[in-house]
Each structure stands twice: as structure tokens, then as C-alpha cells.
Design a protein around this ligand. Structure first.
Ligand code: ADP
Ligand code: MG
Length: 649
């Protein structure tokens, strides 16, 4: 039964015999056979019985055992969706929600968006018929606004619970609460083999169902000295593996899109140079903004005689399992949000990952056969420089968004909210203060009418304030575009390593007075004129020539449409300032006045906390150095940089 740990199977002699299945072999296995081969399959009946007997169940299983794709199907097969009830399954990452939903729709044999669908911010791929809904944890949180008891759900699965994202942590508290007065609701908390006792404890000693995993041994190698340039070290390691090691795919962990793209370009370039001297190396990226057809590629089987290398963010740590990985390259870094509760400043920082993360990463090499993990750091660094585990997001992020949402749900006493790990007191106070300053809360800490409308928009409070302020200043057309462009995550401009000068010149052509927000508005406006009046081929060509990412533009368009739809719901009239920049400036300032900085001795000082910050080199105002600025966000790379800045006079 459950809870019995199976002995890991030892592979045969040498790697040769434990190689992953070839494409032909894989194709022979029908989807059903694959399903039956997953570790969770033998536990189907035990699991369903345990779910029947307990309202809340914690499920622990090795990554790749079939928790995310199979358990919801078991529930469907045994009628948990009867009477039009839904089964919901949350994922911390949007890519995971999309990819898993696509896979499950295929396994069930339905079109994605019909019985099986997904819902992520700015993209709803569900319908009236959807009974199994994968979604980001943030989306389920927003559903509380329209359905506070989640009445349409019979089962809610909080998946990847060990990730401890902010939204997952808040869901824990809310769901524990509604479970008390909805005895018919089943709650499953699914996690990799980490922390499960804590989940059980939080949910009033809910039982833990353990799915014994299979894991082959993984040899771990460290570098003798620290690597100066881990990106270059990754490229070299991949090529070394490719020419010296037996067959088997390779997985590289990097911290974000930019790094991943650079790494892929370098790998492709060096393979080209080596030409026919080496066998084929398929280089595939995976990160949050990758379009779904490209995402699907990482799962297709590797043709015989070649090797696949997947270059991924943390997403491949536990959320997505790629079959056939034998080699893992781990530089030991991840991009993390960090929050200074004293200054209220949030930034994204590349930091060493935790030992728990490093071990999960290494584990990816041992799923189908004995594997190898190359850590691009020293054994000493692993022992002494890495934290034991990752700090839950709730303790290192701005809580403005969540506080606004909880207030809209009528939860006023945030100090006594049932947090698994409470956020620092100062962080809560700061969020309240900021919402008060934005006008979302009154002096009693109660939600204002503005705050209620702000909560309707699925964006951060400052951005929603900017959007709502555009109503008053009569420039919502422009501000919606700016908001949409800001939401596509700095992926508008393409800047390949070998064409930096061309790319920067192309960007220069879009520069208009005001600052980066106006540049974004300009790009969007020009692009859509071309897109609407010319053929598709011409607009992709135009993007290519101007070093603009076509996909990001389309995404910005989608986001804008969604926001415009929401404006309708909160009854904001959409109108244009007719080329006048002043109203736009006012709306941006109404939202981002907290982010004001003033020129001082070569750099800038933030007005609120006198912190030294710099204009990002990619900004249109990098040369100009105006006296006053408003910035959209701070990123920390070599210095504390302001990204997307706006000129204040
Ligand atoms: P867990 O949630 O326990 O980590 P999953 O249910 O995600 O496990 O994975 C089970 C299996 O399904 C894995 O072998 C994985 O490779 C496969 N799988 C998941 N998503 C996809 C996909 N989009 N395409 C192909 N295979 C997939
Ligand atoms: Mg999973």
C-alpha cells in the first residue's frame, strides 16, 4: 500500500543498456501503456479510497510519478465531475498549466479547451464543457472574488505545494477555511518529496499518501574551482558531454529567458562550426514566455543518433518532466524576487539556489536510467554557501496585490489570517500603507470604491491605479497599451549577441520624447498599423528588420484586449488623449509616484528611501540623464537598475 518506499531499480551493466527508448520504441507504446507505466498507476485504487475517506489529503511523490497528469484523470474516471462539478488543479507556473493541460487533453482524447482546459492570466482556454481545469494558483485565487466558496468545484488540487509561491500559500489559508463549511469539497495537496509533514500539520494532521518513486543513482560531479562565467561553462560542458558521453539527453538549468536564448545561440553556433565532426545536437529552450508550439517540442522523442539538450529555467526542476534526461548541468543559480521590507523595494536577483533545489535538479538525471549531474560550483560552495531550502515567497515579496485581494474578499484582519508561514510584520504594514497611499484603502484600512475597482484588474496595484487614473485624465487608450506592453516582460526588443549594434540602432529609431513608456506606445502603434493594413508576411518581416519580437507583440495585443474587456466591466470609458502626452504622464505618475528618483552624483536616488539606483543601459533615457524620473521596476544585475523609465520635468 501507500507509504512503502520501493527499492530503486539498479540499471544493467553500463549506460548503454539503460539508454532511453528510441523514437520507434516510444511510438509503439500507446498512450495508455505510458499511463500504466507511471509510478502512480498501481496506487490508483488505494488513492481513490483515501480520497473518499478523507476530506483533505496530502500526496507526496517523486517528480514525474504522474501526480499532475494522472490523479485528475482518476478523479474524472470515478465521477467526481458528476452533476457538472469541476476538478481544479493549480500550478505555480503558467507554462506548466498550459503544457500539462495539453498533455492531459491528448490522453483523455479531447480537444484542449473542451472537457480539459486551462486558465492563466490573460488567457482563458476553457469552455462551458470544461470539467478538468488546470490553472495558475493566482487564477484560482481570483476565482474567490466571484465564487467565495468555490461552489462549482468538487475537488481542488493544490499542486506543486512545495514551491510555496505567494499565491499557493494564500490558497492554503483560504481553502482550509472553506473546507470547514463545505464538507463535500475534496482538497488534495500534492508535492514533490519535500516538506510534506508541514503540509499535513497545517491542514489539521491530514494524512499523507506517499507514492513510492523510482529513482536511479545519479553521480554528482563538482568543479574544482568556482566558474567565472557560468554561461560559458554550461556551453562547454554540454559540448563535452555531447562528444564524450554515451547517448542520453541533457538538461541545463539557467535563470531566465535572456540567458537561455544566449546559451542556445552559442550552442548552435559552435555546433555549426564543428559541422559534421559531431553528431546532431538538438537545442531546445523552455521558459515562461515561450509560445506553446515551441514548448511542446521539448517533449518530442529524440531521433536516434542525435542528442537533445533542453535549456530551462526552474520550470524543469519539478513542474515539468522531460523523459530521457540522463545528464544535468546545474550552474547553481536561480532568479529570485527579493524584497526589502524597510525600503519597500522589490527586485529580481540572480542568487545561488538552495541545496533542496540543487538536489531536485540532480534528480532529473535519474528518472529513466542512472545519470550524471555536473554542478558548476565547488563541493565546498554546496555545503557552505547554499541555503538549506528556499525561503517561501511570502517572506520575500511585496504583498500589495494579495492584501488588496484579501480585503476584497472581506478579510480585514490580516494579522490573524491563517498563514502557514506568516509574512514579516513590516511587509504587511508596508503593503497597507502603499494601498492607502494609492487610495485603495481609507484611513481605517477599509477598501474604498477605487480599491474595489482596482482589485478587479489582474495586475499589481500600482499598474491598476495607473489604468484607473487614465479614466480621469482621459487617456485610457494609450495607458492600456502601455500597461499591456509593460506586462509582456521586457521581451519586446530582440537583442542577439552577434547583432547588438544593429539591434540598438533599430531601437533608437523608435525613441520619442518622454521615455520608455512612450517608446513602447510608439512601437505598439506602428506595429498595429502595419499588422492591420498589410499581409502577415510583411508584419513579421517588419518585426525582423526592427529587432522586435513578433510573438511578444501579439501577446501584448491579447493582454490589451483582456484589459479592455475588464474596463468595460468596471465601467471605465476608453478614450484617447489625441496625441497629448501630459495626461498620460499624469496617469503614470498617479500609479507610480512611489517609484520616483532624482538625479544625484552620476546616479539617481529614490525619493522615498534615498537608495542609489541607475538607469538601465537599454533605456531610451540612458544618455539623457534627466533630473527626475519615474521607473517601472528595479532589476539587480551588476547594479541596481531601473527598467522602463519615464522622464519627469
Ligand atoms: P508529476 O506531477 O508527478 O511530477 P507528471 O504527471 O507531470 O508527474 O508527469 C507524468 C509523465 O507525463 C512524465 O513522464 C512526463 O514526461 C509526461 N508528460 C507530462 N507533460 C507532458 C507533455 N506536455 N508532453 C508529453 N509528456 C508529458
Ligand atoms: Mg507535477
Amino acid at each position: 500500500g501507500a507509504g512503502v518506499q520501493a527499492q530503486p531499480q539498479r540499471p544493467g551493466q553500463g549506460l548503454q543498456e539503460s539508454r532511453p527508448l528510441s523514437q520507434a520504441e516510444v511510438q509503439k507504446q500507446s498512450i495508455q501503456e505510458v499511463r500504466r507505466s507511471l509510478p502512480v498507476f498501481p496506487y490508483r485504487e488505494d488513492l481513490l479510497l483515501a480520497i473518499q475517506q478523507h476530506q483533505i489529503l496530502v500526496i507526496e511523490g517523486e517528480t514525474g510519478s504522474g501526480k499532475t497528469t494522472q490523479i485528475p484523470q482518476f478523479l474524472m474516471e470515478s465521477g467526481y465531475n458528476d452533476g457538472g462539478m469541476k476538478i481544479g488543479c493549480t500550478q505555480p507556473r503558467r507554462v506548466a498549466a498550459m503544457s500539462v493541460a495539453a498533455r492531459v487533453a491528448q490522453e483523455v482524447g479531447v480537444k484542449l479547451g473542451n472537457e480539459v482546459g486551462y486558465s492563466i492570466r490573460f488567457e482563458d482556454c476553457t469552455s462551458e464543457r470544461t470539467v478538468l481545469k488546470y490553472m495558475t494558483d493566482g487564477m484560482l485565487l481570483r476565482e474567490f472574488l466571484t465564487e467565495p466558496d468555490l461552489a462549482s468545484y468538487s475537488v481542488v488540487i493544490i499542486d506543486e505545494a512545495h514551491e510555496r509561491t505567494l499565491h499557493t500559500d494564500i490558497l492554503f489559508g483560504l481553502i482550509k477555511d472553506i473546507a470547514r463549511f463545505r464538507p463535500d469539497l475534496k482538497v488534495l495537496v500534492a508535492s514533490a518529496t519535500l516538506d510534506t509533514e508541514r503540509f499535513s500539520c497545517f491542514f489539521d494532521d491530514a494524512p499523507v499518501f506517499r507514492i513510492p518513486g523510482r529513482r536511479f543513482p545519479v553521480d554528482i560531479f563538482y568543479t574544482k574551482a568556482p566558474e567565472a562565467d557560468y554561461l560559458e561553462a554550461c556551453v562547454v560542458s554540454v559540448l563535452q558531454i555531447h562528444v564524450t558521453q554515451p547517448p542520453g539527453d541533457c538538461l541545463v538549468f539557467l535563470t531566465g529567458q535572456e540567458e537561455i536564448e544566449t546559451c542556445c545561440e552559442l550552442l548552435q553556433e559552435r555546433c555549426r562550426r564543428l559541422g559534421s565532426k559531431i553528431s546532431e545536437l538538438l537545442v531546445l529552450p523552455i521558459y515562461a514566455n515561450l509560445p506553446s508550439d515551441m514548448q511542446a517540442k521539448i517533449f518530442s522523442p529524440t531521433p536516434p543518433g542525435s542528442r537533445k539538450v533542453v535549456v530551462a529555467t526552474n520550470i524543469a526542476e519539478t513542474s515539468l518532466t522531460i523523459d530521457g534526461i540522463i545528464y544535468v548541468i546545474d550552474p547553481g543559480f536561480c532568479k529570485q524576487k527579493s524584497y526589502n521590507a524597510r525600503t519597500g523595494m522589490e527586485s529580481l536577483i540572480v542568487t545561488p539556489c538552495s541545496r533542496a533545489s540543487a538536489n531536485q535538479r540532480a534528480g532529473r538525471a535519474g528518472r529513466v536510467a542512472a545519470g550524471k549531474c555536473f554542478r558548476l560550483y565547488t563541493a565546498w560552495a554546496f555545503k557552505h554557501e547554499m541555503e538549506e531550502s528556499t525561503v517561501p515567497e511570502i517572506q520575500r515579496t511585496n504583498l500589495g496585490n494579495v492584501v488588496l485581494l484579501l480585503k476584497s474578499l472581506g478579510i480585514n484582519d490580516l494579522i490573524h489570517f491563517d498563514f502557514m508561514d506568516p509574512p514579516p510584520h513590516e511587509t504587511l504594514v508596508l503593503a497597507l500603507e502603499q494601498l492607502y497611499a494609492l487610495g485603495a484603502l481609507n484611513h481605517l484600512g477599509e477598501l474604498t470604491k477605487l480599491g474595489r475597482r482596482m482589485a478587479e484588474l489582474p495586475v499589481d496595484p500600482m499598474l491598476s491605479k495607473m489604468i484607473l487614473a487614465s479614466e480621469q485624465y482621459k487617456c485610457s487608450e494609450e495607458v492600456l497599451t502601455i500597461a499591456a506592453m509593460l506586462s509582456v516582460n521586457n521581451s519586446i526588443f530582440y537583442r542577439p549577441k552577434d547583432k547588438v549594434v544593429h539591434a540598438d540602432n533599430a531601437r533608437q529609431n523608435f525613441v520619442v520624447p518622454g521615455g520608455d513608456h512612450m517608446v513602447l506606445l510608439n512601437v505598439y502603434t506602428q506595429f498595429w498599423v502595419i499588422f492591420i493594413w498589410h499581409q502577415l508576411g510583411y508584419s513579421t518581416q517588419w518585426c525582423y528588420e526592427n529587432f522586435i519580437q513578433f510573438r511578444s507583440m501579439k501577446r501584448a495585443r491579447d493582454v490589451r484586449e483582456q484589459l479592455e474587456g475588464l474596463m468595460d466591466r468596471i465601467e471605465v470609458e476608453v478614450c484617447s488623449s489625441g496625441g497629448d502626452i501630459v495626461p498620460i504622464r499624469k496617469a503614470v505618475t498617479a500609479g507610480y509616484f512611489y517609484h520616483t528618483a532624482r538625479l544625484s552624483k552620476g546616479g539617481f536616488k529614490t525619493v522615498k528611501h534615498q537608495q542609489t539606483v541607475y538607469v538601465h543601459p537599454n533605456s531610451s533615457l540612458f544618455e539623457e540623464q534627466p533630473r527626475w524620473l519615474i521607473y517601472h521596476e528595479l532589476v539587480f544585475t551588476t547594479k541596481e537598475f531601473m527598467r522602463q523609465v519615464w522622464h519627469q520635468y
